[in-house]
Design a protein around this ligand. Structure first.
Ligand SMILES: Cc1cc2nc3c(=O)[nH]c(=O)nc-3n(C[C@H](O)[C@H](O)[C@H](O)COP(=O)(O)O)c2cc1C
Length: 374
């Protein structure tokens, strides 16, 4: 019997999604601050599998399964999340200035679909306060900080967006092991990004190049399979050695085949995350793995990971690292050690001594491939 799914989740899901998230964070913060609390979590959730230990962009990850951005927007539970066994913890999105985000309600569960519709609009306390907090809570796995423009509710001049991204990153450079630039935050811009313009993206990367102590940077933009756009991104990014790879944001909207009534879904604003996005995100991963310079760039796989098989498939399609959010809500924290142990088992069964040998194997061995039409 899965205790979380059968006992804990029904109780949690009786309450408003955002309120229960906030009380979960408060509880996790208390546990994470206490040495005993962290030891208890570690004893329950930690697991290490040598064949999963991986080095990406010069950073050591005990295994590939990390916490996706959005769960801990203000960096208040990094210690608890590391103790829960995540191999990396990405906080944020963090903007230069604080923001309240969109008006509530802005978080909706589609339980039948194991999905979440998000319309937060990146509320966060702003980079300066969050950086001070993070500096006091070091963790023993890589810490990522996800950077975004401040949500003012008004369109921002693209010039100002570049300055915003730089200001938000500056206090994080000393503290974060890596940065992720959330270039298409669906909640602020409905998926339209000033960085769809390659000139603007270049300007941003040139500005980042001047930042002192800049850690490796991942670029997170809306999932797509447009060959011309992907090649333009790759050409633009190539001169910037600090760019470690790519993560994919979910496209704005809810247009997936769903069990939940279409009437209900169509009334919800925002972006759907979770199980229904799995296939589209897998296809996107494979598409990008085919195109990237694999010696230079690494992909982070996310979107609907709720089982060992989901995680393993994304690795075989090209993901060097994985990130989970919705799966944690629907399956509970036991999902992480389950996936870690299961991945080690699956690698062994398939004759891989190390995870690196499995990354992209299904794409590398696929000779029947034809380019999808964009
Ligand atoms: C409630 C919620 C809030 C999120 N907030 C952010 C965010 O602030 N910044 C970001 O880059 N991604 C955010 N995401 C997207 C996740 O980082 C992740 O890319 C996405 O949810 C796919 O993973 P999943 O299917 O496991 O949820 C959010 C997702 C959810 C569910």
């Amino acid at each position: 019997m899965n205790l979380y799914r059968q006992l804990v989740r029904p109780l949690l899901f009786r309450q408003d999604p955002e309120k229960i998230h906030e009380s979960t964070l408060r509880m996790a913060q208390r546990v994470g601050r206490s040495g005993i609390g962290r030891r208890v979590l570690r004893s329950m959730y930690h697991c290490r599998e040598p064949r999963l230990h991986t080095t990406v962009a010069g950073l050591n990850f005990p295994h590939p399964v990390g916490l996706a951005a959005g769960f801990d927007k203000n960096g208040i539970v990094v210690q608890a999340m590391a103790a829960l066994g995540f191999s990396h913890v990405e906080i944020g999105s963090v903007s230069a200035a604080p923001s309240d985000g969109n008006p509530r309600p802005r978080l909706f569960r589609l339980v039948e679909d194991e999905a979440i519709v998000v319309n937060y609009g990146v509320p966060n306390e702003g980079a300066a306060i969050i950086a001070q907090r993070l500096a006091k809570t070091p963790i023993d796995v890589p810490l990522g900080v996800n950077i975004v423009e401040t949500n003012t509710g008004l369109p921002t001049d693209p010039e100002d967006v570049v300055a915003e991204f730089v200001e938000a990153a500056r206090p994080m450079c000393e503290i974060a092991d890596y940065l992720t630039l959330n270039l298409n935050c669906p909640n602020t811009t409905a998926g339209v990004s000033p960085f769809d313009d390659m000139g603007r993206l270049r300007e941003l990367l040139q500005a980042y190049e001047t930042l002192a102590n800049l850690p490796p940077v991942w670029l997170k933009f809306t999932a797509h399979q447009n060959a011309a756009q992907a090649d333009a991104v790759m050409a633009c990014v190539a001169p910037f050695a600090f760019v470690a790879g790519f993560i994919f944001n979910l496209p704005h909207g809810t247009s997936y085949p769903l069990r939940t009534s279409p009437q209900l879904v169509s009334s919800l604003p925002g972006t759907l995350c979770g199980a229904p996005t799995r296939q589209m995100m897998d296809d996107t991963l494979a598409f990008w793995y085919r195109r990237i310079d694999r010696a230079r760039f690494r992909l982070v796989g996310s979107g609907g990971i709720t089982s060992v098989e989901d995680a393993y498939r994304k690795i075989r399609l090209g993901a060097s690292l994985l990130q989970i959010y919705s799966g944690l809500v629907y399956s509970g924290p036991g999902l992480v050690p389950r996936i870690v142990r299961g991945l080690a088992r699956r690698l062994e069964e398939d004759g891989f001594d190390h995870i690196s040998a499995a990354v992209g194997i299904d794409v590398r061995s696929d000779t029947s491939h034809r380019e999808p039409q964009s």
